[in-house]
Design a protein around this ligand. Structure first.
Ligand code: FAD
Length: 235
């Protein structure tokens, strides 16, 4: 069970990192444990609002608010996060995506409380990139985020790859089919281009053709190429 005090704690639980739902974005961004085991979440949390907002706003509130533009969601998606909910006096664990019914709507009942978020700790060799695009440099609501985790072995063969787009779909989505395009391969430029195209094609596939699609699709494609070239080390 949990205690209210424990709801803002960040701690290790075996192979997992646990973030109390009442942990603020600033506490998460500054946490040595998060920086070591989930640096992509530290960066995503640091990108939320201003220092004043980050010192007040919590990860539980970011999830429960269910804004498609919430900055922690793409990072939590590639981390494979689960959300622990206190429901009728019993704790239930849900995959992150199952918390959401749609934009600004969750599957939580009025008396359900998000208690904590948990995900597997990243190995030290996992590289990451969190990119946020907004209309201005500070205090910006995301137009799009891209979260990427990637690891290779000593031969340059990809051993782990997860990439998703935030602030674009009605709710967070993981893409195992995109992961499968690189895992087990030693990727070159053509593979990177194919992944960037497949990822950006998800935008009209899932969100439909919207006014923003003409902007978001090519931007996602170009940024994804750049991110992957940098993470893989392809010139
Ligand atoms: C000026 C400004 C700038 C912002 N900038 C950003 C930004 O850049 N990126 C971003 O992602 N968000 C941003 N936000 C949105 C917001 O601050 C975040 O979503 C934040 O994480 C909300 O956390 P909170 O603890 O304040 O939640 P609240 O606003 O207090 O609550 C939001 C909702 O969640 C429910 N809730 C809160 N905690 C729980 C829980 N543990 N269990 C169940 N339900 C819960 C509340 O009942 C309420 O319905 C901004 C907000 C403001 C006002």
């Amino acid at each position: 069970m949990f205690s209210i005090e424990g709801m803002s704690e960040i701690y290790e639980d075996g192979d997992c990192l646990v973030i109390g739902a009442a942990a603020t974005h600033e506490a998460i961004a500054e946490s040595e444990l998060v920086k070591r085991y989930a640096p992509i979440l530290a960066e995503a949390s640091l990108s939320v609002g201003s220092l004043q907002i980050r010192n007040h706003a919590t990860i539980g509130g970011n999830i429960a608010n269910a804004s498609p533009a919430a900055d922690t969601l793409a990072a939590l998606t590639v981390l494979g996060a689960s959300v622990v909910i206190l429901r009728n006096g019993t704790e239930e664990t849900l995959p992150l995506a199952d918390v959401f019914a749609g934009p600004y709507r969750t599957n939580l009942g009025d008396r359900d409380l998000i208690v904590r978020v948990t995900f597997p700790k990243l190995a030290a060799d996992v590289r990451h990139n969190f990119t946020k695009i907004g209309r201005r440099k500070a205090l910006s609501i995301s137009r799009m985020t891209i979260a990427t985790l990637l690891a290779t072995d000593s031969e340059g063969v990809v051993t782990k790859f997860d990439m998703t787009i935030g602030a674009t779909f009605p709710k967070p989505v993981a893409f195992p089919d995109i992961s499968a395009m690189l895992v087990g391969k030693k990727p070159g430029k053509e593979d990177i281009r194919a992944v960037a195209k497949a990822l950006s094609d998800k935008i009209p596939e899932i969100a439909g053709i919207r006014a923003s699609t003409r902007y978001k699709q090519p931007v996602c494609r170009k940024l994804s190429e750049r991110i992957l070239e940098e993470l893989i080390g392809v010139e």
